[in-house]
Design a protein around this ligand. Structure first.
Ligand code: PMP
Length: 397
């Protein structure tokens, strides 16, 4: 049987990391994967997480199964964070929330539910989008198309194209929207543009699926979460996936959530019952540790304040790195990449061509995606000059 199994291509992003690890050059830089690294090029362990971990270790608990939908305390903490403490929509019982294996797990559980309730729907993702959006929804059984989003000539969003594509979609089409810090481009919709998208989604009876993997990396926790409030205000039904991988630097713990906002408490109950079947038949129930850490931090005043400060420090440092890169490029005669400073989140769509990205990799050991995406959050004062030298060289070469 296995004779007939084809060798699959490496994952486009994680494959880059494999190539990076195998690269013997000491000066190599991994700007491929979306991970925030500190000034020493190391993955940070947040102080709030370290403290929460000590508290949990001081009072060890037996390792029982969680419920299918996860830890109730975790779900409450997440719901307060993303919908607001005591939000009407929560009090009305209109939101079904489950703890998931990171943001990816949330997307897949949501995709499986959608496939069950609307199997013939098309899924629209932004062009471009996080590589795994297309793969994940395709694997869940959907036809995946894209809506216009990034316009290279504008170094921004083609909002007219985006709205036109949404307008021509069939009713029931699932529209995957990046809530903030768009991956890979770093360009987000303005509040006015969100309103236009919401109106179009309503008119065309589309099903929005908000993916929020970077809350707090754009302007702040509340500011970035404002888009969720906008959707609530609109009264639309929608899906929301969230992740603490980046905002808590808890990548490997796989901590995320899926919320489905419905028209009524009765619909939310039925949705939750189906979500539980998706989970039960897939991995049965989620792991305990990461969710316990996040719950401890979000529900303790001092730990939470600490987290907010640490998240703000990551956000501010990324902005500094963006400005630093632009300045270093200008000092090397590259004066047309100032747009990098205005992009949001971990990524920069650099505008570099595939050939230039390959040259960065082969000649300098600097790894970004072929489409020109670079993770700015992996820069530091030690490698920034080298990266700017290399970009200036491939631009002139
Ligand atoms: N959505 C987007 C847009 C992402 O960039 C990512 C992470 N790269 C995810 C979802 C998934 O996050 P997680 O690692 O928590 O599964």
């Amino acid at each position: 049987l296995f004779d007939r199994v084809e060798l699959a291509p490496a994952d486009p992003i994680l494959g880059l990391t494999e190539a990076f690890v195998a690269d013997p050059r000491p000066e190599k830089v991994n700007l491929g994967v979306g991970v925030y690294l500190d000034e020493n090029g190391k993955l940070p362990l947040l102080d709030c997480v370290r403290d929460a971990e000590s508290r949990l270790a001081a009072d060890p608990k037996p390792k029982g199964y969680l419920g299918i939908d996860g830890s109730p305390a975790y779900r409450d903490a997440v719901r307060s964070l993303v919908f607001g403490d005591g939000a009407d929509v929560l009090a009305d019982g209109r939101v079904a929330t489950v703890q998931t294996l990171g943001g990816t797990g949330a997307l897949k559980v949501g995709a499986d539910l959608l496939r069950q309730i609307n199997p013939s729907a098309t899924v629209l993702i932004s062009n471009p989008s996080w590589e795994n959006h297309r793969a994940l929804f395709t694997r869940a059984g959907f036809r995946v198309d894209s809506y216009r989003y990034y316009e290279p000539a504008l170094h921004g969003i083609d909002i007219d194209g985006m709205l036109a594509d949404l307008r021509s979609a069939d009713a029931g089409t699932v529209v995957v929207l990046h809530a903030c810090c768009h991956n890979p481009t770093g360009y987000d919709l303005t509040p006015e543009q969100w309103d236009q998208v919401i109106e179009t989604v309503r008119d065309r009876e589309l099903m929005p699926f908000l993916d929020m993997a970077y809350q707090g990396f754009g302007f702040g926790i509340e500011e970035d979460g404002a888009v969720v409030a906008r959707f609530i205000e609109s009264g639309l039904e929608f899906f929301l996936s969230t992740s603490f991988s980046k905002s808590f630097s808890l990548y490997g713990e796989r901590v995320g959530s899926l919320s489905v906002v419905s028209e009524s408490a009765d619909a939310a109950r039925r949705v939750l019952s189906q979500l539980k079947i998706c989970i039960r038949t897939n991995y049965s129930n989620p792991p305990t540790h990461g969710a316990a850490l996040v719950t401890a931090v979000l529900t303790d005043g001092a730990l939470r304040r600490g987290w907010e400060q640490e998240l703000a420090a990551m956000r501010d440092r990324i902005k500094q790195l963006r400005r630093g890169l632009v300045g270093a490029l200008e000092a090397r005669g590259v004066t047309d990449m100032g747009f990098i400073a205005g992009q949001l989140g971990m990524f920069s769509y650099s505008g570099l061509t595939k050939q230039q990205m390959i040259a960065l990799r082969t000649d300098y050991g600097i790894y970004g995606t072929d489409a020109g995406r670079m993770c700015v959050a992996a820069l530091n004062t030690g490698n920034l000059g080298y990266v700017a030298d290399a970009i200036a060289a491939v631009r002139s070469g």
